[in-house]
Design a binder for this molecule. Structure first.
Ligand SMILES: Cc1cc2nc3c(=O)[nH]c(=O)nc-3n(C[C@H](O)[C@H](O)[C@H](O)COP(=O)(O)OP(=O)(O)OC[C@H]3O[C@@H](n4cnc5c(N)ncnc54)[C@H](O)[C@@H]3O)c2cc1C
Ligand code: FES
Ligand code: FES
Length: 520
């Protein structure tokens, strides 16, 4: 099956639906594997989304559009990629993903679960276990969200059930947190996730899929291509130097919304998610080095491995489809004052490496930001690595680390305030403390005055209460739809008090009780 998108994509700007006066730069052919065969599409503009291609160009309307901004999961599809001899499967939001980003990957939509010849084992005409479980558990009422849930379940099936792993309630909740249902209620859907393993197994023919994927690996982007997918850091830096005006994208979970909501249209895009060096997560000389293109799921997994206390915080960053696409480098480079990773990274003494053909330079993360969504990146530079000193295994007393996220909704929401604290005590005295904060200034910030107020002080309630006042006065947060300025100040101090209480053994303070809904 070789499909060709209509050349109408050359004549219309799909972001605005108006005829374009200027010809667009030529985009490379997109090739991906679907139902075991190569799908080849040409003349797809760089900012056409995967959802638009599926529904409007190819006529596969099983994948739904709800919010168009990564929030509801109605548009969830699953991508497969060959990585180091193994296959990985990721549920992603097709509404904010550029179609070109699936070049060289395998794609499943909800229509494919009963039509893909590589999915073998079910009886003729039988539904996939992800679908059958939803039927048997009554997981669907109006059905609008159902294709998205089924695809998240399919991703879970491939990543867990197919490897003989059971699906716990906690895992189901975590992996379905990016899918919203407004009428069925989540209990039957979570039941379905846990029931999938009880239906006749369906196995993917991985060998045939790997062979097919090997045949379509994208060639390095041509200089005149409108969507470049460089595979190495050298290729990326050369492309960045040659096209400093091109839009750099990683997982597109921020940029995708500029396209779908702000109707931005880019003539040229450089996608860095295939750059091998930037996808790596490695330990080097006591440092954890996270490539800027490592996705949020993998990056947080590495952080949790070294700092297990971050587990809850990690799962509260968006929902799984966003964490599967979005990158840690994208969060840092985007520089939103309410971005969640930066307060944590600042508290962990992160340093970042910026790279260009001219060389590399390194700086403390908090020094990177110069103003609201402004930073020190030169037009020919990219953010390449994030470096974190690993906790010393032999230290007499391990630092106490906490990252708190205060948001209106518990799952899949943006912070009103985020505070991360990293404390080292020696004989009951504050030897070192680093505090990163979000939602309280124009950029992610380090609370240097509060750190100074605490350093060298006994770690007592009196010192902490004095420092709470310092922390509340250190920033001038704004009022917006997420929280008022006064609320943000109040919460900042309260979180420091909570940190102190937890340091005294009050480990039972549940994160859940600290979202705004619970406080209302
Ligand atoms: C539904 C939803 C929920 C979300 N929830 C959260 C949340 O809970 N917490 C939170 O902090 N964020 C959240 N976000 C925002 C977003 O997911 C993150 O900011 C994410 O980390 C962005 O990464 P990306 O790879 O998708 O970046 P992209 O969207 O691809 O890029 C973002 C910006 O960074 C630049 N950029 C990307 N990589 C590099 C690089 N290596 N070098 C230089 N510049 C680069 C791009 O040019 C662009 O300007 C959410 C988004 C959505 C859609
Ligand atoms: S349509 Fe809502 S996440 Fe894509
Ligand atoms: S079944 Fe109606 S939104 Fe989920």
């Amino acid at each position: 099956m070789r499909l060709k998108a209509s050349d109408i994509s050359c004549l219309f700007n799909h972001a605005t639906n108006v005829p374009m006066l200027m010809p667009q730069p030529v985009s490379q052919t997109i090739q991906f594997i679907r139902r075991g065969e190569v799908v080849a599409l040409s003349n797809v503009p760089p900012t056409r989304t995967l959802l638009e291609v599926l529904r409007e160009d190819l006529g596969y309307t099983g994948t739904k559009e709800g919010c168009g901004e990564g929030d509801c999961g109605a548009c969830t599809v699953v991508l497969g990629e060959a990585q180091g001899g193994a296959l990985s499967f990721k549920a992603v939001n097709s509404c904010i993903r550029m179609a070109h980003s699936v070049n060289g990957l395998a794609l499943w939509t909800v229509e494919d679960l009963t039509a893909d010849p590589l999915l073998q084992g079910g009886a003729a005409g039988a539904l996939h276990p992800a679908q059958e479980a939803m039927v048997q558990c009554h997981g669907s009422q109006c059905g609008f969200c159902t294709p998205g849930f089924v695809m998240s379940l399919f991703g879970m099936y491939q990543n867990h059930v197919a490897h003989g792993q059971s699906v716990s309630r906690e895992l189901a909740q975590t992996e379905l947190s990016g899918n919203l249902c407004r009428c069925t209620g989540y209990r039957p859907i979570l039941d379905a996730a846990q029931q999938m393993a009880s239906f006749p197994a369906v196995r993917l023919d991985e060998s045939r899929l790997k062979t097919a994927l090997a045949q379509i690996q994208p060639a390095p982007g041509h200089a005149d291509s409108a969507y470049l997918l460089p595979a190495t850091l050298a290729e990326l830096l050369a492309a960045r130097a040659a096209q400093p005006a091109a839009q750099l994208v990683a997982g597109c979970t921020d940029v995708g919304l500029w396209v779908t909501k702000l109707h931005k249209n880019f003539d040229a895009v450089i996608d860095l998610t295939r750059v091998a060096e930037l996808r790596r997560i490695e330990q080097q000389n006591g440092l954890l080095v996270i490539g800027a293109a490592a996705n949020l799921h993998d990056a947080f997994a590495a952080l949790v491995q070294h700092w297990p206390e971050l587990k809850t915080f990690a799962t509260r960053f968006a929902g799984l489809p966003v964490r599967n696409s979005g990158t840690l480098g994208g969060n840092v480079a985007n520089g939103s004052p309410i971005g969640d990773s930066m307060p944590l990274l600042i508290a962990l003494h992160a340093r970042i490496v910026l790279a260009s053909l001219r060389g590399q330079r390194e700086m403390a993360l908090e020094d990177f930001y110069t103003g609201y969504r402004q930073n020190l990146l030169a037009p020919d530079e990219v953010l390449a690595f994030i470096k974190l000193p690993l906790p010393a295994a032999a230290a007499a007393a391990q630092p106490l680390l906490r990252a708190y996220k205060i948001s209106k909704r518990y799952d899949d929401d943006i912070s009103a305030v985020c505070l991360a604290l990293n404390l080292q005590l020696a004989d009951g005295v504050v030897q070192a403390i680093s505090i990163g904060a979000g939602g309280v200034a124009a950029t992610p910030v380090r609370a240097v005055q509060t750190e100074a107020a605490l350093r060298g002080q006994p770690w007592t309630q009196a010192s902490v209460q004095a420092a709470m006042a310092t922390l509340r006065a250190e920033f001038e947060p704004i009022s917006d739809m997420r929280a008022s300025s006064g609320y943000r100040r109040e919460v900042l101090g309260n979180l420091l008090q909570r940190f102190w209480l937890e340091s005294q053994g009050a480990q039972h303070i549940k994160l859940e009780s600290f979202n705004l809904e619970a406080l209302a």
